[in-house]
Write a protein that binds this ligand. Sequence first.
Ligand code: SAM
Ligand code: SF4
Length: 335
Amino acid sequence: MEEHKDILTDTFGRKHTYLRISLTEQCNLRCTYCMPQEGLPQLPKSHLMQADEIFGISKIFVEEGVTRVRLTGGEPLVRKDFPQILEKLATLPVTLSITTNGIAIHRHFDLLKTHGVHTINLSLDTLDSDKFKKITFRNYFQEVYENIFRLLDDGFRVKINVVLMKGVNDNEIVPFIDLTRKYPLIVRFIEFMPFDGNRWNREKTVTYQEILSKVHEEFGTDKTVRLEDAPHDTTRNFKIDGYEGQFGIIGTVTNPFCDTCNRIRLTANGKLKNCLFSDGESDLLTLYRKGEDIRQLIKATITKKKAMRAGLSTPEQFNDPEMHVKNRSMIRIGG
Ligand code: SAM
Ligand code: SF4
């Protein structure tokens, strides 16, 4: 086994202990920033990792040093075997978490608690039900909003992910922070990022600085408290003095955090991506199905990881939408 030693550490000394697994490319929403408007070709079911394959591949990562696994998608809860997948993964010595659009989360409270999932990352980009429909092309605002408070009542820690887009929901920074006055919620504003098919352009991104300026203007610099960030945290954390909850900003576009990155991603069809923005990926599933050892391929994929955003390190490169068309759309990566 010596040759595989430390297969999760890249050439910059970053150890990748956090695996994000996409369970599906399917979703019950059609968020404009995530799902290409023309839709997606349907993957035959046989191309998707099955529950036992997700477990088997994860087990190898855990043996090699992964300590955290996040289930995402697409919408992870549209997978009918979600309970079986979670149950099996919970037998591994890892911290499990989930990112969901929140529509169906109320059906799984007991299951999640039983298997040690106490923090839920839930995406909601607006507090206005008409706008919700414009962003997602579906009418589920009420269900999602109510589920946030059900989760809190049931003792879960809730992080709300808000992708801010100019002219769409950038006027909702203050209303979202207002929610943290009474409730112990963690609201995280995410800079809108470029992926294939999401019609991104730099002008639509509401930047870290713009978000913070708005907060300072509204609540005052002296009341805006900078909190300590956890190691490897992609969020810069704050709270308004005296409020129950807190908020944060994920500044991938203008304020990247690549130097402490510990994340790798497994797509629903079993491809390993060493960066959210990489256009290359390694087919672990095919090798695993042949009964071969996937460790060498994992090591090679991690070794190829670039210092910053898959090599798109200058703002000029990153801001060019053409540089992102060879990558997948976000719904096919797993955020
Ligand atoms: N369906 C689940 C959900 O919406 O939470 C999980 C999958 S979704 C792809 C994961 C996260 O990626 C969500 O918080 C979503 O808002 C975020 N996301 C998707 N597209 C994005 C983009 N273009 N820029 C920034 N964040 C994005
Ligand atoms: Fe679905 Fe989540 Fe993408 Fe929205 S962000 S389309 S909910 S996968």
